[in-house]
Design a binder for this molecule. Structure first.
Ligand code: BG6
Length: 477
């Protein structure tokens, strides 16, 4: 997917501007990803990182120690030379991201970098900030003309999900960004798309004739896509209270996975063709006609309200939805999307259960794409148990990234930043996809909102709420 262009474009002089440099995302994901890219020689030679802090530039030291902690945790070592190099690339700026005057100062800093190196740098504005200030920040960038591309030198804006909180707010956000940036400049990040196992989905589906021939309603009985987490909301009360599980994860990551799993083959493995097919699939997703409780459920783990200090909170920490696809090749194949926090185990995977057309009833064949942990693909088959009898039992054929490929898989945010610099939009969501995803879930969002429905309670460390388990089981029987 655009990999040839990377070698070329990564030599582009680049200034990466990180808004929200002292925030959780920047510290936990972005700076560690920059460290890794630097360590593996994947960054352009001329790179400047402008880190925007709200207060004291001592915040930069906190960032550097956080990178060190992350590296020690992940690899048990952190190279002081790389760390020092990373620090030398970063120019901290203290500014108020909602104050227009500060943007003229930012512009001077960015122009200063171009003059220093005697070359115009492409500029990447990465908004690692709360969604509530996306619009003012983008408007300020526009008013300071930081959106204008000159002589083919790129200006790109990177926005973290959620893109809106329902269909209307997403439309509003998309329209307001479009008044300042054109679609080719806008990169909507869905870090799931940048995961190695997710990037492999299209190759796996379309470049294996065996898989391709059974990938339709004749071959497949149902599909279950899940992102089950053991962690709770980890102190992110404000963020989570404004969203909940459906908007945080299901509306974006899981619907994108569903699109990749069920879309038609693109005419080429390149951005435009892939987005075209993904969009077509998303447009065909339909909610069942059954009463909503039979295909959608939400839950809240016990203790959540105390944690967020809101005794009335109706925010869900678990959501499950059963969907269908209104296309001849997928007619009658239910797809369950499920996500939740504080559950009994961590499992992000896509389970594809094959049809038993001859009703032999000897056990199901299941293919599971393990996104994390233990990235790989597993095929469950039925085999005869060794011995004199004819008993059978399920066995697994496994492909594991760890053993099949040498070296380390780039982490999703490394890929996001790499593609940001390369200018490759393949792994980002288009505005049409974002709107399609909101449109699919709008009836569920409206019903939960209008009926003031209370999420079903579930114990921390359990399988989730009873209603959710019921929906999950409804497709397996
Ligand atoms: C984020 C959500 O987008 O994805 C988090 O905001 C969630 O709530 C996270 O925990 C999960 O990502 P990953 O890569 O750990 O599966």
């Amino acid at each position: 997917m655009g990999s040839n262009s990377h070698l070329q474009t990564l030599s582009n002089p680049t200034t990466l501007v990180i808004f929200g440099a002292s925030g959780n995302l920047a510290q936990i994901k972005l700076f560690p990803a920059l460290y890794e890219l630097l360590a593996y020689g994947h960054l352009p030679e001329r790179l400047s990182i402008v880190a925007i802090f709200r207060q004291s530039s001592a915040a930069l030291d906190t960032v550097m120690s956080q990178v060190e902690v992350t590296m020690l945790r992940q690899h048990r070592e952190c190279d002081p030379v790389i760390l020092a190099r990373l620090k030398s690339l970063i120019r901290p700026i203290i500014m108020d991201s909602t104050n227009q005057e500060d943007y003229y100062r930012l512009r001077d800093v960015l122009d200063g970098i171009d003059h220093e190196f005697n070359v115009a740098h492409q500029r990447i504005f990465y908004l690692a900030i709360p969604p509530s200030i996306f619009k003012p920040v983008i408007a300020c960038l526009g008013a300071a003309e930081l959106n204008k591309e000159y002589d083919g030198v790129a200006r790109r804006i990177f926005i973290e999900k959620p893109f809106g909180s329902d269909l209307a707010s997403a439309r509003d956000l998309i329209d307001s960004i479009k008044t300042h940036f054109e679609e080719h400049q806008i990169y909507r990040i869905d870090h799931y798309l940048a995961k190695e196992t997710v990037q492999n989905i299209l190759t796996f589906r379309f470049q294996n004739p065996l898989i391709r021939s059974i990938w339709n309603r004749d071959g497949i009985d149902y599909i279950h896509i899940r992102a089950l987490e053991k962690i709770d909301i980890e102190g992110r009360s404000d963020f989570y209270e404004s969203l909940g599980a459906l908007r945080d994860l299901l509306q974006s990551h899981l619907l994108q996975l569903m699109a990749l799993i069920m879309m038609d083959a693109p005419t080429a493995m390149e951005s435009h063709a892939i987005h075209e097919q993904k969009n077509a699939l998303l447009g065909a997703i339909k909610l069942p006609t059954e009463p909503i409780d039979e295909f959608a459920n939400r839950g809240q783990y016990e203790g959540y309200r105390e944690e967020v200090n809101n005794p009335e909170s109706q925010v869900e920490t678990y959501a499950i939805v059963k969907l269908g696809v209104d296309l001849p090749e997928w007619h009658g194949v239910p797809v369950v999307l499920e996500t939740g926090k504080a559950l009994d185990h961590k499992d992000t995977s896509i389970e594809v259960v094959f049809r038993d057309r001859h009703n032999i009833d000897s056990g199901r064949n299941t293919l599971t794409i393990h996104v994390q942990p233990d990235e790989g693909i597993e095929l469950q088959l039925t085999a005869k148990s060794p011995g004199f009898g004819y008993e059978t039992r399920p066995v697994s054929m496994n492909f594991s990234y760890n053993t099949a490929f040498e070296g380390k898989n780039p982490e999703a945010y490394e890929r996001v930043l790499f593609d940001a610099i390369a200018g490759d939009q393949t792994l980002f969501s288009t505005s049409a996809e974002v709107l399609a995803c909101w449109e699919i879930l709008e009836p569920v969002i409206q019903t939960w909102r209008n009926h003031n429905s209370i999420p079903e309670s579930y114990a921390k460390g359990s399988e989730g709420p009873v209603g959710g388990i019921g929906i999950r089981k409804s497709v397996t029987t």
